[in-house]
Design a protein around this ligand. Structure first.
Ligand code: SF4
Length: 357
């Protein structure tokens, strides 16, 4: 049975300058006790998916359309302020802070079951208070005021954080700016699995960790899934991390899913990736030590109806017959093998993997 279900999620932001279509019709399901990876460069919509699922405030006002449910129940049942995303005039006219205060709309019975790891966790803590105090406050909140349960959660945290080479005593004596990015990441990670949540939404969960600590952290997450049935959505630009953590991957280009496959396809070679954008991702990861160029930010041009990779695709640029099709029509998904689907006109017409990106 599916634990997390996301259907047709679309998001549009109103920035000071323009409208930005950040997500378009994203759908996926995750089975209980397993993990799905969101793979893409910085700015492709991975974090927006996580925030939208939880109806959290975004950096810019905007609109959400679509559904997210956990174990069959809507996550934010009272969110009904949707507008017609196909009508740009309506969107402009209604430019208000849609996300403001939406946190309270997440169904109360689900709040205790969910955890998140956000990027740059240093900003998840208040600057002027000791981290230890803040952690205890969070555990008291999770335990709904039950001090004995809060104390058990703290003990569990102390064990996890020691596995990640920090101690509670060290943390107790520091404020956030006295910790490094890697230390904050380790604290956020250990906090996220305390009490074994049903669902963990993890945005670049091991960024800023050295290789050895990353291995330990990944093992801890895997154990929570296998032994305790935790379900996980992992946003990452790091192919190697996804290979370790997830069973399935969806690839996002400018907020559009362009390829999806089971993790076996990630293991061997870039030629197993069929979409030209996914191949670009593969080489960016391998050649640049897992740091991707961020040049593909979504812009107003993402309102075009064609392939999201059109403006960067050298194959379309050099093929007159494909060019028109790619510019004006978004490709449908076709099967590319067992557990593998791709949305690219080239693959649609030739049924072959593409050469060169
Ligand atoms: S060939 Fe066309 S559909 Fe395929 S990635 Fe390039 S632009 Fe997109």
């Amino acid at each position: 049975m599916s634990a997390l279900t996301v259907k047709n999620l679309s998001v549009v932001y109103q920035t000071r300058k323009e409208l930005v279509k950040a997500l378009t019709g994203v759908s996926f399901e995750i089975e209980k006790g397993s993990a799905l990876g969101l793979w893409g460069h910085s700015g492709c919509g991975k974090s927006t998916i996580i925030k939208s699922i939880l109806a959290l405030p975004m950096d810019e006002p905007g609109w959400v359309e679509g559904e997210a449910s956990f174990e069959g129940k809507p996550i934010a049942p009272d969110v009904n302020n949707y507008v017609d995303l196909s009508n740009r005039d309506v969107i402009r006219k209604n430019a208000v802070g849609f996300y403001r205060n939406h946190r309270k709309l997440v169904a109360p019975h689900l709040k205790q079951s969910f955890r998140t790891i956000f990027q740059e966790p240093i900003y998840s803590f208040e600057a002027d208070r000791y981290i230890g105090l803040q952690i205890r406050q969070v555990f008291t909140h999770i335990a709904n005021g039950d001090q004995s349960l809060a104390s058990k959660l703290l003990d569990e945290f102390a064990i996890s954080i020691e596995q990640l080479d920090l101690t509670l005593d060290y943390i107790d004596r520091r404020r956030n700016l006295q910790l490094s990015g890697g230390e904050c990441q380790r604290i956020a990670l250990a906090m996220s699995i305390v009490g074994t949540p049903k669902l963990l939404l993890a945005d670049e969960p091991t960024t800023a960790l050295d290789r050895k600590t990353r291995e330990v952290a990944n093992d801890m997450l895997i154990e929570k899934m296998r032994v305790a049935g935790m379900t996980m959505l992992v946003a990452s630009h790091n192919r190697l991390e996804l290979m370790r953590l997830v069973e399935k991957v969806i690839v996002l280009c400018k907020g559009v899913v362009v390829e999806k496959f089971t993790k076996e396809w990630l293991v061997d070679k870039p030629s197993d990736m069929f979409h030209p954008y996914t191949r670009k991702l593969w080489f960016a990861v391998d050649e640049k030590a897992n740091i991707l160029p961020g040049e593909l930010q979504p812009t107003d041009s993402t309102f075009s109806s064609g392939c999201p990779f059109y403006s960067e695709c050298s194959i379309a640029a050099n093929d007159k017959s494909l060019k028109q099709l790619c510019q004006h029509s978004q490709p449908n998904f076709v099967s590319a093998g067992e557990g593998h689907e791709v949305a690219c006109h080239l693959f649609n017409t030739t049924n072959n993997a593409t050469d060169g990106v």
